[in-house]
Design a protein around this ligand. Sequence first.
Ligand SMILES: Cc1ncc(C[n+]2csc(CCOP(=O)(O)OP(=O)(O)O)c2C)c(N)n1
Ligand SMILES: [Mg+2]
Length: 283
Amino acid sequence: MSSTQSADVKRLQKAAVEVRKNIVRMVRAGKQGHGGGALSAADILTTLYFEVMRVRPEEPKWPGRDRFVLSAGHKCLALYATLAERGFFDKSVLDTYGAMKSRLPGHPSMHKLPGVETNTGALGHGLAIAGGMALSAKIDKTDIKTYVVMGDGELAEGSNWEAAAACSMFQLDNMLVFVDRNGLQIGGRTVDIMSYEPLAERWAAFGWSVREIDGHDIPQILDAAASMPFEPGKPSVVIANTVKSRGLSFAEGKVEYHYWKATAEELEQAERELAEAERSISV
Ligand SMILES: Cc1ncc(C[n+]2csc(CCOP(=O)(O)OP(=O)(O)O)c2C)c(N)n1
Ligand SMILES: [Mg+2]
């Protein structure tokens, strides 16, 4: 890796720590929130918004923008945190999380916040919406790309597989899906509740081109995004292996933190650990 590349990676790693700090800031404000899945997806969203996607924070509806769909809408703390860090809205808005009439509801609303492309939260709908966006980009003959983040538990919704078949049939090689495979869903391990393993083979059987990466490794995320489409004529999916609640030692990999009701001690520890993580990245 060249020194410019490694500086770029460090810049993104720093941004990812800021995104995690923003997530904790919102949980502090609202006293609770879907922390686990937001923290596992934080590196993917940061890399997309800070390096990969063409967006204009000052002009969120710019027609030429790449599209992002957070299909697993309960991970919205990651989306709010990333949009704020990227300058779509003022960071002070983060402190309204959990308040009445906040622009940051428990699931994202395109009518409330600039940068949110579509409403999500009922799992299993984002892939179909994103497929529609990708198809319209093809019909319009634009080079707009569509990016999606899904949860691994979310894949139990059958509607995803109808959408997966359609995206393949329409040869939507202008879309890239990340499955945040943290191995957990709301109440336990995905393999115990509704297993879709072997995941890579199942996506491939639906006509997708599949890659597997470490979803916390920014060079691997960058490399996957740069390689899109993995095969011409096929939609691309990345199985991103992650750790739920990544970054907070007391919560990592624990299903109890799917929905984090934060104690004062936990918040302090979280802030300490993230400050330490920031210090450990020398730019
Ligand atoms: C249609 C629908 N059913 C159930 C839920 C409740 N629910 C919210 S999060 C969740 C688990 C999702 O797990 P996963 O996709 O693995 O996300 P993670 O939190 O691990 O990132 C469930 C079942 C929902 N939001 N939508
Ligand atoms: Mg999961």
